[in-house]
Ligand binder design. Structure first.
Ligand code: NDP
Length: 341
């Protein structure tokens, strides 16, 4: 089977040798170190992969950056969409169209950048009716995380009546889908992008009412600033997130899921203790199946699939190493799907 295989030598957290390449591999590679545990409570199943994707994490893994991969050799790819080939789990039947985002694949377990995958059924979801295999992959971890962030804002009581919501890293995968969903739900969306000039029209087509440049928000500012946002959906972290918090209105909430600007948070407690602002973390990897179903059902109703198609680029397995380098350089817009089967 055709797959990307990564081999790494890691000592004390430092990657000494990194090799990522498209290869023809014997299928027993799926039984190697990165296979689901044979004695796991949840049965493993075999999936014929139709599509995978390239998320920021895949860029880090394929590009030889630390922090994502937990074992070697491993097939990367934190997302997969495919048809069940063999199932020991009565919940699934051969031929079912399924999607798996996260759950450890492409990190500690073999992932989706291969023609076949052997995965635990624990985090597998039937693709909701009306969403094609390609669209499910275009949603992938990025879209799942965008919707989980929107659900978190709703849980924290942020409504369209509370004023503009800012989305950071807006031209990226999570950001693009977040802009489209929030706008469809009636929020006035301000998209913050380092490419406001070149991607302004794109972001407005997704539904952004305003587009501002990252340079407005990436320098350290006072702990409390002019109230601008009813809420925020942050994908970049660091000084940008600190400024979003300092500009959030009383009682507002801001979600945090990403760190493309940095994993630090140079902020003070002032927005929390003087304006009652909430910061809410979003983690997609080990979300339970019941929450996954809620998220996918909301995606099926609240994401405009024609907008999703307009933000999707399709590549083949051979193109993934190049795409990984581009995503780390911040050059990729929207979502990238990898056509496999
Ligand atoms: P993408 O690469 O698609 O998008 C990232 C965007 O971040 C870029 O398009 C760019 O947006 C912005 N960006 C890049 N570099 C910088 C920088 N130096 N400073 C500020 N902004 C920058 O990535 P994804 O959308 O897939 O992921 C976004 C983040 O969310 C990543 O950190 C990823 O690891 C994280 N993530 C976390 C998940 C979780 O479960 N917590 C799940 C999914 C993703 P623009 O050009 O518009 O400025």
């Amino acid at each position: 089977m055709k797959a990307i295989l990564i081999e790494q030598e890691v000592t004390k957290g430092q990657i000494l040798n990194h090799h990522a390449e498209v290869r023809n591999l014997p299928e027993d590679v799926l039984d190697g170190a990165a296979a689901p545990a044979a004695d796991a409570a949840v049965p493993a199943m075999t999936v014929d992969v139709l599509f995978s994707g390239v998320n920021y994490k895949d860029g880090l893994a394929v590009g030889g950056r630390p922090g994502v991969l937990r074992t070697s050799p491993i097939i990367p790819g934190i997302d997969l969409v495919g048809r069940v080939r063999e199932s020991a789990d009565p919940w699934f039947s051969p031929g079912d169209l399924v999607v798996l985002t996260g759950g450890g694949i492409g990190e500690s377990l073999n992932g989706g950048l291969a023609e076949r995958a052997r995965v635990s059924s624990e985090y597998l979801i039937l693709v909701p009716g009306g969403i094609t295999a390609r669209q499910a992959a275009a949603i992938g971890t990025a879209g799942f995380t965008a919707m989980l962030s929107v659900l978190t804002l709703e849980r924290e009581g942020v409504t369209p009546a509370d004023g503009p919501v800012v989305v950071t890293g807006a031209a990226g995968g999570v950001g693009s889908i977040a802009v489209a969903v929030l706008a469809k739900l009636g929020y006035e969306v301000t998209a913050l992008s380092g490419r406001a000039d070149s991607q302004g029209d794109y972001l407005r087509k997704l539904g952004a009412a305003n587009v501002i440049d990252r340079s407005d928000m990436d320098q350290p500012g006072p702990p409390l600033q002019k109230r601008r946002w009813g809420g925020g959906l942050d994908t970049v972290g660091s000084t940008v997130l600190a400024n979003v918090l300092a500009q959030t209105r009383d009682g507002g909430a801001v979600t945090t899921c990403g760190l493309t600007a940095g994993s630090d948070l140079p902020a003070t407690v002032m927005p929390f203790i003087l304006r009652g602002v909430t910061v809410a973390g979003v983690s997609s990897v080990y979300t339970s199946r019941s929450i996954r179903e809620i998220v996918w059902n909301r995606l099926a109703t609240d994401l405009d699939l024609s907008l999703l198609d307009s933000m999707t680029t399709e590549i083949g397995l051979d193109d993934v190493p190049q795409r990984a380098a581009e995503i780390l350089d911040g050059l990729v817009r929207g979502r990238t799907v990898v056509a496999i089967g």
